[in-house]
Structures are given as C-alpha cells and as structure tokens.
Design a protein around this ligand. Structure first.
Ligand code: MRU
Length: 334
C-alpha cells in the first residue's frame, strides 16, 4: 500500500459518524458536517456537499454502514441512497458491494466501506503513474470540473495524473475550466492545485477553443461518471464540447477513471441516465439572480462523449489508446 498525505479530508469516518467537508462553500469557508443516517448522507450527495463519482460511491457505502450501526432497515438505506443521483455508476457499484456482503453486522459493513475508500485512493495512485507515462515533457494540460482529492478517496483521477506529472517534473501548466454552473473548476480544482503549488490558470469555459487554437494545450484530461462497454464516457456537462474542440485542433484527449466507473452492462453512452438539475442553479450564482425573474433554464449535469473522440482511457489497471469494445473488455477484466 502506498502512503498518502493531504491537508484536508473530503470524507472521514470518525467512530460512529461520517464527516464530510462541505464542497458547496469551498474555497472560502471550511465547514465539516456530521452525518449519522443513510437518509442524511443521500441528501448530502443530492445537495452537492460531497460530489465526484468515486466520492459519491464511498459516501454511500458509509451511509449504508451508518444505518447498520443504528439497526435500521438496510433495504431502505440502499433505496434512499440509490435515489440520490443517477449518473455516476460508482454509487450503484458501492451499494451493490455493501449489500452483497449479505449481513447486517455493522462492524463488517464499516470495514467494507473503509476498504472501498482505501482501494479508491490506491487506484488513483496507480492511475497517476499510468496517465503521467503518456505525457511528454513540459506538458500543458486543460482539465474540467474537479477530479481531485475532493472528488475521490484521495489524489484524484485526472487531477491525480496532473499531481503525478508534477512530481515527475513533466508539467508546465494546468488550465482549469471554471465549470458552470457549480464552478467546481474555479472553487475546487484551482484551490487543490494552488495548495500543492501546481501552476494553474483559471479559464472561463468559453475560452477553451481559443486556447486550443493558439497551441497552448497538449492534453485535455478529464474524469468520468460512467463509461460504457464501447468506451463512451459520461462526465460533467461541457466535457463533450472539449472533446470536439480537442479533436478539431489536434489536442489529445484523455479520460481517467477507476474500473469502478465502468458499466459494461450498457452497450453505449446513449443508455446512460443524465441527471437534470434545477434550473435555478443556472439562473443564479451564489443565491444571486443572474437572469431575468421567471427565466426558464435547462440544466443537464452531465453529457456523453463518444469513444471515437477519446485518445486514451486510463484506469488503475493500465490504459487503452483509441478505446473500443474489445480493448475496454480486455482492460476491465484484467
Ligand atoms: O456534479 P459533480 O461535481 O459530481 O460532477 C463530477 C464530475 O463530473 C467529475 O468529473 C467525475 O465525477 C469524475 S471525479 C473523479
């Protein structure tokens, strides 16, 4: 097991409760909230206290264990957690793994949740090595949303590759897209990278095309919420536009995700459920209206990037270039 240290914990199990760093108020407010039931954890996931596919799965596992500790109905715990957010498959994977233990023994279930948490961290450290090995010297990377220690068990997926590339002396510059409407890039990714002294420049989402055309970016690296059997990828809204732009400008496009993010039961990305969130997340910013009163908005939280636009998918087991059904199956089943 590789040692790891971080100045904060997004998810922390403390005795008999779950502590989550409230990601809605970062970076200016550091607030830790305490949870003791699965229903409360489901609300925290839905309301974005904790977000990011692996972090959602880990939190759900602890939420399930919380109801076991209190002797509550575990079928109901499963149901309430499964209804929190629909797109990230890590949520359903983690709940299945907890339920598959076939026990209500709280000690066994807490131990399983802890194992899911630790395994995700170790997967990210391995993914960091595989992903960084694909990068050239003085690499300039554009990333989207937040895929760091906040979104995972630690280190991060796309951000883990960026951290490893920095440690390997290969990184020249990171551009973080701000990621409207929740601003995960501005509030979370810029914060994480600045704490690690990793050179980051924040860009508004609309700046990507101009940056790519000017030759300022070598690789786009993003995470994933669900990857289907053919290599299609659901990720934060705006990812698909970045992939189209990258291909047009000859910029390479990499997706980083643990194998817990793969859903081989789905043939392709058309079948991925895309979460639709409330319109007021678009019409307001920090509770302040930015659109006329009564303005309607659409707010899909994710989009789907087809496999043909992806140059590399990196996991803890290795990577595939130009992913397709055969190479994905071979990698995930390794
Ligand atoms: O809505 P969010 O913030 O949960 O969306 C997160 C993303 O889309 C991430 O890119 C993805 O979960 C990968 S996180 C390692």
């Amino acid at each position: 097991m590789t040692a790891y240290s971080s100045s904060f914990h997004a998810i922390e199990w403390r005795g008999e409760s779950l502590h989550l760093l409230d990601q809605r108020v970062l970076p200016h407010t550091h607030q830790v909230l305490d949870y003791t039931t699965a229903a409360e954890v489901a609300d925290a996931i839905r309301e974005m206290v904790v977000r990011g596919a692996p972090a959602i799965g880990i939190s759900a596992a602890y939420g399930y264990a919380l109801d076991a500790l209190a002797g509550r109905d575990l079928d109901q715990a499963y149901k309430v957690l499964a209804e929190s957010r629909p797109t990230a498959v890590n949520l359903f994977w983690a709940l299945e793994r907890m339920a598959a233990l076939g026990t209500g023994d709280p000690h066994a279930l807490v131990a399983e949740a802890r194992a899911i948490h630790e395994e995700d961290l170790q997967a990210n450290l391995a993914m960091g090595q595989y992903g960084a090995s694909l990068l050239g010297e003085n690499c300039r990377i554009y990333t989207h949303c937040n895929t760091g220690a906040l979104a995972t068990g630690g280190h991060g997926t796309a951000l883990g590759i960026i951290r490893t590339a920095m440690a390997d002396g290969k990184l020249e510059q990171v551009y973080a897209g701000e990621t409207r409407p929740w601003l995960q890039g501005a509030r979370l990714t810029a914060w994480e990278l600045m704490q690690d002294q990793i050179p980051v420049k924040l860009a508004c989402d609309g700046a990507a095309a101009q940056l790519f055309r000017s030759g300022a970016v070598d690789w786009v690296i993003v995470g994933a919420d669900r990857i289907t059997a053919n290599g299609d990828v659901a990720n934060k809204i705006g990812t698909y536009s970045l992939a189209v732009l990258a291909r047009h400008h000859g910029v390479k496009f990499m997706v980083a995700a643990p194998t817990t993010t793969f859903d081989l039961t789905l043939e392709n990305g058309q079948a991925i459920p895309i979460e639709q969130r409330p319109g007021n997340e678009v019409t307001s910013l920090n509770g302040q209206p930015v659109a006329p009163e009564g303005c309607e908005a659409i707010n899909p939280a994710f989009d789907m990037t087809p496999a043909e636009l992806i140059d590399a998918i990196v996991t803890e087991k290795g990577y595939v270039l130009m992913p397709d059904r055969e190479s994905i199956a071979a990698l995930v089943n390794l």
